[in-house]
Design a protein around this ligand. Sequence first.
Ligand SMILES: *Cc1c(COP(=O)(O)O)cnc(C)c1O
Length: 368
Amino acid sequence: MSNTAVTEKRIHNFSAGPAVLPLEVLETAQKELTCFKDEGASVMEISHRSAAFEAVIFGARDRLRRLMNIPENYEILFMQGGASLQFCMIPMNFLEDGKPVQAINTGAWTTKAIKEINKQGSCDSSLSSEADNFRYIPKFTTEDVNANASYVYITSNNTIAGTQWENFPDTNDVPLVCDMSSDILSRNIDVSKFGLIFAGAQKNIGPSGVGIVIVRKDLLQKSKDSLPTFLNYNTHVKNDSMFNTPPTFAIYMMGLVLEWLEDNGGISAIQEKNEKKAAKLYDFIDNSEFYQCKVKKDSRSNMNVVFRINDDESLEKAFVSESKAKGLNGLKGHRLVGGLRASIYNNLPEESVDALISFMKDFQEKNQ
Ligand SMILES: *Cc1c(COP(=O)(O)O)cnc(C)c1O
């Protein structure tokens, strides 16, 4: 099959995750699949201790450091277990006796993380937008920080509720820990504000199977030797993320996406594209009487746009199946909230947003 044939069959992919990857990246992987560089074998078939794979993993690590401007006093780890392992691993390493975690609960993923924190200690999650179905990000400033907390925990982008933190609070001496699974690399952030940032790769950075942890070096002293070896961050620091066999293919793919991102102008360029895509879609929704976005304007996500059609579930069902028939996939809202959701991550081309808006106009005309 020629590459054009493959291209023609590709959908407009609004999947929430695993999500769309750049076509150029997939084509590079396709070309290199059976023979990677001079190895005479696929990247999946060579030792993770080989020079060829070391170039892949360290290359990806260096690119991430450059792209996000990660200061030298931070370690970058590639880990398995996705974002979900971090929900329990962070408190295992950093929750101190008698010092609660302060979590700002902004959605289903934060709720899951809080559940794991509570198994190991206490969590103050009084600041929450749950009573309003997580439709906004609560105001949280330096004065609201509990100075006795082990750390402050937040989720920067709420994949299911469709909200996103616009600014990050200064938490002074209390480390700020952030789940950035669904918006990492989508905008410029100041890494030095955070104690730890983590993300599963499968929304913005690559395939599932690998997770990223960016952690400030001084925090690593808190991890106790009594922890299981694998669950102590220091193990992965000491072994360059290769304590055990890493997910080599996922790391290779992630490296290709990071290379693509650097070649296309880095974070500033992608941020501009992301803002443009999101503004187009929100403007269209806000100017229509047929579609509604109930997320508070100052809290709206540039990654996951959630919307409804007059809370009419049967019309929404028709929207999902008709859009799919037209090659627009993944528009069903998360089962927890219903409705519709367009995930418009870094790697979704602007043409796909245009195609969606055009479909939405047609659907509205037929059904209003
Ligand atoms: C997808 C997602 C997760 C879960 O990631 P896994 O890699 O499946 O564990 C956690 N947090 C957020 C914000 C997500 O979007």
